[in-house]
Design a protein around this ligand. Structure first.
Ligand code: GLY
Length: 407
């Protein structure tokens, strides 16, 4: 009897140890990415059904899709699908990316928008990086050629917004350039690498240098809009469009700046860009109104802080940039990035499965001055959050190509 008991004990112990080991082995170390896969699968399903690209939630609480014709955010959902394909290697994500990016492929020829870098680099750019598809490369070349058509050598910048229509026509601007435009340079730098034609990089460098000269204040905060005289290249106005005031610090603008100059350093190794990125990073990290959880108010100077909406998109963009900057800098930006990502991954910002209209992050802001997208999810907040998670994963020596490209 005693012998049987002992055998049972040994058997149970063996099963317990075996089960324990197996569940340890099969348990993913990347629960945030796994959640992103599950949640985005639900969003993919409803998007297929609607045959539209998801952007946010509207004021009535309904899922809001990207605008037909052109929408600066249309590349982010396909881009998210590419990132999830990179993570899972499951072809359904590649198919999703291809299906949704095809919808706006012709927009590469539209000469009216500076956002072509956002739109095409995040989708076709990731697609080309992951598959080497020659058609994607051609799409990127076409988009790049259209984008550099907006460059004026007299000003030394790509024009952000046309001023002959829409709300932009009511501001008295002549040649507005927004800090966001730094994000379009990545596609131009990349195009020079993949085509061997330096014309794209030349435009990117000129734009970055002019922006460095005119967009930044002494404390390293940046203006949102610099309006130029298109004949002389002189600065006409230093304004805002999406911030609280002309002299305020719009949070996402600061995030675009740090990300933009980190990209410039990636492709040029020019130390002035590294210095610029470090100075912006230090300014963001040490900002006196940065909340403890590192998710900024939508504008650092908004009137009713601390009773102002946060912008999780700015936090996600900043975290992703910090991870890359940390690899180039002698300073430590990785710890700050991890803090931001940990906080975005908390109950406060991360949606429950199947909630938040299946977007991943809550609490972002599109544009308060336009009374648009206040305290909502945004497709680009999710895109940069996933990008940051993949970058962190790559740092643990996982075989993800994503960061390798950025070194
Ligand atoms: N590029 C527009 C924005 O950041 O809202």
């Amino acid at each position: 009897m005693k012998k049987i008991n002992n055998s049972f004990i040994v058997l149970f112990a063996a099963i317990f140890i075996l089960y324990g080991c197996q569940s340890e082995d099969t348990k993913s170390k990347h629960k945030e990415l796994d959640f992103a896969v599950e949640q985005t699968q639900l969003l993919l399903d409803v998007s297929y059904k609607a045959d539209k690209i998801p952007r946010t939630i509207d004021a009535n609480g309904h899922l809001h899709w990207t605008r037909d014709g052109f929408d600066w955010t249309e590349g982010f959902f396909p881009g998210t699908c590419w990132y999830l394909y990179e993570y899972t290697k499951d072809e359904k994500w590649q198919k999703g990316a291809q299906f949704f990016q095809k919808k706006y492929e012709d927009h590469r020829f539209l000469p009216f928008y500076h956002d072509l870098g956002f739109v095409f680099n995040c989708s076709y750019g990731n697609g080309y990086r992951l598959t080497g598809d020659e058609h994607y490369k051609q799409v990127l070349i076409d988009a790049g050629n259209t984008l550099i058509g907006r460059f004026n050598p007299q000003v030394g910048c790509i024009k952000s917004w046309d001023v002959d229509k829409g709300w932009q026509s009511k501001r008295g601007w002549e040649y507005p350039v927004i800090i966001d435009n730094m994000m379009n340079l990545e596609m131009l730098f990349e195009l020079s690498e993949i085509t061997g034609d330096s014309k794209y990089k030349a435009v990117a460098i000129a734009h970055a240098n002019t922006t460095m000269k005119n967009h930044f204040r002494e404390d390293m905060s940046s203006y949102h809009v610099i309006d130029y005289d298109s004949i002389t290249g002189e600065v006409r106005n230093k304004h805002t469009a999406q911030g609280f005031a002309h002299e305020s610090e719009w949070a996402r603008g600061q995030a675009w700046g740090i990300y933009g100059y980190t990209i410039c350093y990636r492709y040029t190794k020019d130390p002035s860009y590294l210095k610029q990125a470090e100075k912006i990073a230090d300014y963001i990290i040490n900002h006196p109104v940065m909340p403890e959880d590192k998710v900024p108010y939508w504008d650092y100077d908004a009137a009713k802080i601390p009773n102002e909406p946060r912008d999780a998109s700015a936090a996600a963009i900043t975290a992703s940039a910090f991870i890359e900057l940390d690899a180039y800098s002698d300073n430590n930006y990785l710890d700050e990035a991890k803090l931001i990502i940990n906080n975005l991954s908390s109950k406060e910002y991360l949606a429950d499965l199947g909630k938040n209209h299946n977007f991943i992050l809550k609490h972002s802001v599109g544009s308060i001055p336009h009374n648009n997208e206040i305290d909502v999810p945004l497709n680009y907040a999710d895109y940069y959050y996933i990008e940051a998670l993949l970058r962190l994963k790559a740092l643990n020596n996982e075989p993800v190509e994503q960061l390798a490209q950025s070194k």
